[in-house]
Design a protein around this ligand. Structure first.
Ligand SMILES: [Zn+2]
Length: 839
């Protein structure tokens, strides 16, 4: 391939300096980025090029026999996937549901090369391709929403890759002309504005096929109309949009992770190269869960161990990382992708892939009906069912595994092949100067540390093989035909450029070791290689309802063995404290009873760690270390994705070190350490903490944020409080057992109500709000007041704006000690300058 080095070039008013670009080589094996797009990006191999084997194939086959193969029977309504769908010319309203489903269906059908699934997919695709409007609009003519067409275009893209159907590119080209002509009058909004990165990715894909320069205009227009995710990600602005929840809706956030990557292909602004990883760091710092995702139910919801992850978030997060891997070639993106795919994805599905749960929690001790107080709760979001939660995931989840397979290896513009994620697969591709290669991955990875690649060629060929070397691996080894390669570096893409002969062998050894990651409340999660481990819990599984499609149930899972363990770890080597027990590889490693790698570790039960006030969830993991007088036991840990109930955020056993003396928190740099959200929308802005609990019907009622490492008995506690709406806001203290819910805590609350002009001291007692004392004050909305409480034994004095005389004096003896925090009740509020001093 010829490379041209240009010192300066210009496009659409943007200047790039010292950029090396290449013209698309007429002999390129695939459609790589054309000029002026950024050169070097990998491209997807055509759908069907990668065949799953072993355990990975088993997941796809279960999907075919389960929720994908039976989706049209399970969801036959006019507004679902039924024959009267508007996507088939009927009178229904299939909106995103059909688009999501067809996207996953096409990718599964051609990955499995399954005639029945292909026929199903073709029904939808054929109707769409043969019913495009004169003006270019495709899909239901009355549906004027840009958004559902984005996932549908991925279906068309996949279908084209698999079939080369010559109707696809003209259809998309015509639609993009329609978009370019209509976007000014009908700009992106809501979901489309959030998810425009998808649209742009598809525009660039067609541009690389056709070279039509108007597509670059369209890409720029979409970029301009979209939420400015590069800024949101870089500067942690998810919560800066007031009542517009789109930028903090976690599925949007997951889906938008690809936005900076795709825009970086045509924009020279450096922010697009770094925004995704900065965004991920912000998301995980405030909402991170052990499986590598941010919690969102459905909006970003903090990092409590009993907050949830939506199935759509899992598959969209994966797809974004798949796209970003092609653009950035950063091995750490592949590490992250494997973590999500091998842990979060199987955890969202029932063991037979017939049911899913809308949300999963890192510490989920009941997969059952019941409210949790989530912002969007649905009541049945943790139940395993074809109908769990809101009807989005049940249509969107089908792409998870097949997209993972199809993105595992990519073509590189230097005529090579890049393997980004590993597993049992067979990759067929064109390499070098149009030579066919078949690379077989013989491995049970990630349930095995060795991967054996066989390179099958009809004759010798020179091309590079790019291999992702995981950052978690301390001593990676790669050899070719038995000869070890020097310079294999963790966390990098290893490039092996050589002349390959038929049946050359690459042997990969990624030794795995146990590591712990710090989680909420000083707790830990346990990892070994890409697998996150969770407590093996005996399960009582009940099919509580059989649906019309035989074999499909609502399934409740509750524990039949104790789950409230803390790990007993000491200062000796971690890998000596966890015993790795390897068993026989089975066809399905995501069954806890036959998973091939388990960990054994010493633990003790923590009797005070129980179900929460609602009884639908465990309390958040208690602050570690936790004392326990229980006997020492050996417990077994199994892969996170091998169970539908789990403990994966573990307390450790020991002596708790509380902060009992002094706490000063002014939220400098828009952050705070050790504060945990229990309901509501809390965020840092202008070096203060804000509560935007506009969703008052759910978690916004009685929103709390607690400094869980504090334990104050007698003290003065003061803070600045501005109540910006009706409702009240203020301080909580002597708090224990915080959970999501208005009165889901034990402890006292001192609240300021600006509109009513009251300051009120009360408590949550047995789940009920009890007023202890109240005083009238002349208060103004949005004005900042300094409120202070002095608590000494059973005596309380409340001061306003540091006046010498208390506005309230009262006595109460129910709670003696506990944590401090902040709370709002149906209010928007801003709080700052928290000062607590023990007496
Ligand atoms: Zn969803």
């Amino acid at each position: 391939m010829k490379l041209y080095s240009l010192s300066v070039w210009c496009f659409a008013g943007l200047f790039l300096a010292n950029t090396t670009i290449a013209q698309q080589s007429p002999t390129a094996n695939y459609s790589f980025n054309r000029s002026p797009l950024k050169q070097g990006a990998y491209v997807q191999l055509p759908l069907g090029s990668i065949k799953a084997k072993g355990w990975l194939l088993k997941q796809l086959e279960m999907q075919k026999d389960g929720f994908t193969g039976h989706a049209e029977e399970l969801y036959p309504g006019d507004n679902d996937l039924g024959p009267n769908s508007d996507w088939l010319g009927g009178t229904g309203n299939g909106w995103e549901k059909v688009a999501y489903y067809v996207k996953g269906l096409v990718s599964l059908a051609y990955t499995l090369d399954d005639p029945a699934l292909k026929a199903k997919a073709k029904k939808w695709i054929d109707y769409t391709l043969s019913h495009q409007q004169e003006d270019g609009l495709f899909g239901p003519p009355k549906m004027k929403d840009w958004w559902p067409r984005m996932p549908y275009m991925y279906a068309l893209q996949s279908y084209y890759e698999a079939t080369n159907d010559n109707r696809v590119i003209p259809c998309l080209s015509k639609y993009f002309k329609y978009q370019l002509a209509h976007l000014d009058a009908e700009p992106l909004d809501a979901w489309g504005k959030s998810r425009a990165g998808d649209n742009i990715e598809l525009v660039l894909w067609v541009y690389n096929k056709t070279g039509d320069a108007t597509l670059l205009q369209l890409a720029n227009k979409l970029k301009t109309q979209a939420y400015q995710w590069q800024d949101i990600f870089t500067n942690n602005k998810f919560h800066f949009y007031g009542d517009d929840y789109q930028p903090r809706h976690m599925v949007n956030v997951a889906q938008a992770l690809k936005f900076p990557a795709v825009v970086s292909e045509f924009s020279a602004e450096p922010i697009y190269n770094t925004a995704m990883q900065k965004g991920i760091a912000h998301i995980l710092y405030e909402n991170g869960q052990p499986e590598g995702l941010g919690a969102g139910t459905e909006h970003m919801s903090g990092h409590s161990s009993v907050e949830g992850v939506e199935t759509c978030t899992v598959v969209e997060w994966m797809q974004s990382l798949e796209t970003a891997s092609r653009v950035f070639h950063d091995a750490k993106i592949g590490d992250h992708l494997e973590k999500v795919a091998f842990n979060a994805l199987p955890a969202q599905f029932s063991r037979d892939l017939k049911e899913h749960s809308y949300y999963t929690l890192p510490n989920e001790v009941r997969a059952a009906d019941g409210q949790h107080g989530f912002n969007q709760d649905y009541g049945n979001g943790l139940l395993l069912s074809p109908y769990s939660g809101f009807p989005c995931c049940r249509y969107n989840m089908h792409m998870g595994w097949p997209y993972f397979v199809k993105n595992s290896a990519m073509a590189t513009p230097d005529g090579g092949l890049a393997i980004n994620t590993y597993g049992p697969m067979e990759i067929s591709a064109l390499v070098g100067k149009g030579k066919k290669v078949k690379v077989t991955e013989d491995t049970n990875y990630p349930f095995e540390e060795q991967i054996r690649l066989n390179v099958a060629l009809s004759g010798p060929a020179s091309f590079p093989v790019h291999l992702r070397i995981p950052a978690w691996c301390l001593n990676p080894q790669v050899s070719v035909n038995g000869k070890a390669l020097p310079g294999v570096q963790s966390g990098e893409m290893l490039v092996i450029s050589r002349k390959w002969n038929n049946n050359d062998k690459i042997s990969i050894n990624f030794p795995m070791h146990v590591e712990t990651e710090k989680q909420v409340n000083n707790a830990i999660s346990v990892e070994r290689g890409p697998i996150v481990y969770s407590l093996k819990i005996n399960q009582a599984v009940t099919n509580i309802k059989e649906h019309k499609v035989a074999g499909f149930y609502d399934t409740q899972i509750v524990p039949s063995s104790p789950w409230n363990y803390g790990l007993l770890l000491d200062n000796s080597k971690l890998n000596e404290q966890f015993k790795v027990v390897k068993g026989k590889m089975t066809d399905d490693p995501f069954l806890a009873d036959q998973t091939p790698v388990e960990l054994k570790v010493k633990a003790k039960q923590i009797p005070s760690w129980t179900l929460d006030q609602r009884g639908t969830s465990a309390f958040d993991v208690p602050l570690s270390p936790v004392p326990s007088a229980a006997k020492t036991e050996d417990v077994t840990l199994v892969p996170f994705g091998s169970q539908n109930i789990r403990i994966s955020v573990f307390p450790t056993i020991g002596t708790t070190v509380w902060n009992t003396k002094h706490l000063s928190e002014d939220f400098t740099d828009n952050t705070a350490k050790g504060w945990v959200i229990y309901g509501g929308r809390w965020y840092y802005e202008n070096n203060a903490i804000n509560c935007g609990s506009i969703d008052v019907n759910n978690s916004g009622t009685g929103a709390k944020i607690v400094a869980t490492g504090t334990n104050f008995a007698n003290f003065t506690y003061s803070a600045n409080v501005a109540v910006n709406s009706e409702g009240d806001a203020g301080l909580i203290f002597r708090v224990a057992k915080p959970a999501i819910g208005s009165e889901a805590y034990e402890g006292y609350y001192l609240g300021l109500n600006a509109q009513k002009g009251t300051i009120e001291l009360g408590k949550s007692s047995n789940g009920k709000w009890v007023v202890i004392a109240s005083a009238k004050q002349d208060l103004k909305t949005a004005e900042t007041y300094r409120i202070k409480v002095k608590a000494n034994g059973d005596k309380f004095e409340v001061f306003l704006n540091d006046a010498a005389a208390p506005v309230i004096t009262a006595t109460d003896s129910e709670y003696k000690t506990g944590s401090v925090g902040l709370r709002t009740y149906r209010a928007l509020a801003k709080m700052d300058n928290v000062e607590v001093d023990a007496l």
